[in-house]
Design a protein. Structure first.
Length: 402
């Protein structure tokens, strides 16, 4: 480097990301790319359909906030009738709580003593805010460490709801159904600050089984495991007040089981390209895509064009994004272009390619990790073509991994 050259001040070299509120009231053309955009009309229709389903079937619903990681959207869901939200991480729970969400379930195991101290502190804080915290366990050590953390609180009188997670087919967390779950429920019952709240029985693997028959068979096996476990725990003299679980792909099946009392779907709010591949179960509401990556064409050639949304703008664990077909638009296919680029081809041989500078809308393969890549969601009212930016939604728990 030429020694006479000077680097600009840090504040000029790396300008802070503007909060985005300057976009409110402007048309979609004003949104810089790539950007994560929410079609508010579609999202609200999805929310209404879920609320109506739960009410019709007499079900509690506790949507998973790991989808949107936003206190504002969690509060919106609770205003629509949700009893609270689920999260997977202690840090997610802490950030949503400070954002005004006071009924939270960490539907995951927490083992590290330092994290359990945070869990206990949050339970106490939420109690002071007339709220409630719950958590899942699947081991004796987990129960005992949680009890220790609660006992070490500086003030007495705080309790936490504890669900025993059983493995109903996911092959991930969860104690085996039956006798092992009974032992955990009995252990929870021995600790004054722990309240045995019921069973966590989520079958994540069933959510993306493509045919409705496959999903029905998987949930039937899950229901059998839950039924057996519930009977054994109650035979031991411990009431099972609630069975909670279910996701966007199967929640109608859990609702019809007669044993689940609470549903935890999250992706229904936005929907992603992976869920769109499922054969629809007519027992479930029809949900719309509401989350999109706005991107512009930045380069063209004879056989393809390139957009400015690469893998840093959308997750690819469930496949590449799908190019949204607006009314009258050509069918296009997104291909891997690396971190900063997407390669777009015409789906049909000889099909029209978009022009330089043209806007495209991508449907992410998987919503949850896509949201985690962005600081904000830009909410648009009136459609993607001619809509107006109505609000900018902060992703409060972005990067909240602990």
């Amino acid at each position: 480097m030429n020694p006479s050259m000077k680097l600009p001040p840090d504040s000029q070299a790396r300008p802070a990301l503007a909060p985005g509120h300057e976009l409110v009231g402007l048309g979609v053309a004003a949104i810089d790319t790539p950007a994560l955009v929410v079609d508010l009309d579609a999202m609200e229709r999805n929310l209404t359909r879920m609320a109506e389903f739960a009410k019709k079937h007499g079900m509690r619903w506790r949507p998973h906030a790991k989808l949107h990681k936003s206190a504002a959207l969690a509060r919106l869901q609770m205003q629509a009738g949700a009893v609270g939200v689920c999260v997977q991480k202690t840090a997610e729970a802490e950030l949503l709580a400070t954002g005004g969400v006071h009924n939270i379930y960490i539907s995951n195991e927490v083992i590290a003593p330092a994290k359990l101290e945070r869990v206990a502190a949050l339970a106490q804080w939420l109690r002071g805010a007339s709220g409630r915290l719950a958590i899942a366990v699947d081991s004796m050590q987990g129960v005992q460490r949680l009890a220790t953390a609660m006992a070490n609180l500086p003030e007495t009188g705080t309790s936490i709801d504890v669900f025993v997670e059983i493995d109903v087919g996911q092959g991930r967390c969860g104690v085996a159904p039956g006798t092992p779950a009974v032992a955990l429920a009995q252990e929870i019952d021995q600790h004054p600050a722990l309240v045995f709240a019921g069973l966590q029985a989520y079958h994540g693997g069933a959510q993306h089984l493509r045919t409705a028959l496959e999903r029905r068979e998987a949930i039937a096996r899950a229901v059998a495991a839950v039924t057996q476990t519930r009977q054994q725990i109650e035979a031991a003299g411990i009431p099972v007040a609630l069975v909670t679980g279910a996701g966007t792909g199967t929640f109608a099946l859990e609702a019809a089981s007669g044993i689940y009392g609470e549903l935890q779907p999250g992706s229904f709010l936005f929907m992603d390209a992976d869920y769109a591949q499922n054969e629809r179960d007519p027992a479930q509401p029809q949900f719309e895509h509401a989350l999109f990556v706005k991107t512009d064409v930045i380069s063209t050639s004879a056989g393809h064009v390139v957009c400015d949304a690469g893998h840093k703008s959308h997750a690819i664990d469930s496949g590449l994004p799908r190019v949204h077909e607006l009314h009258g638009g050509a069918a296009l296919t997104y291909s891997n272009g690396g971190d900063e680029h997407g390669i777009i081809h015409a789906t049909a041989l000889g099909g029209r390619l978009p022009a330089l500078g043209e806007t495209l809308w991508l449907i992410p393969g998987h919503c949850d990790p896509t949201v985690n890549l962005h600081d904000r969601l830009i909410g648009v009212r009136g459609g993607l073509e001619h809509g107006t930016v109505e609000r900018v939604i902060r992703v409060d728990a972005r990067g909240a991994l602990t």
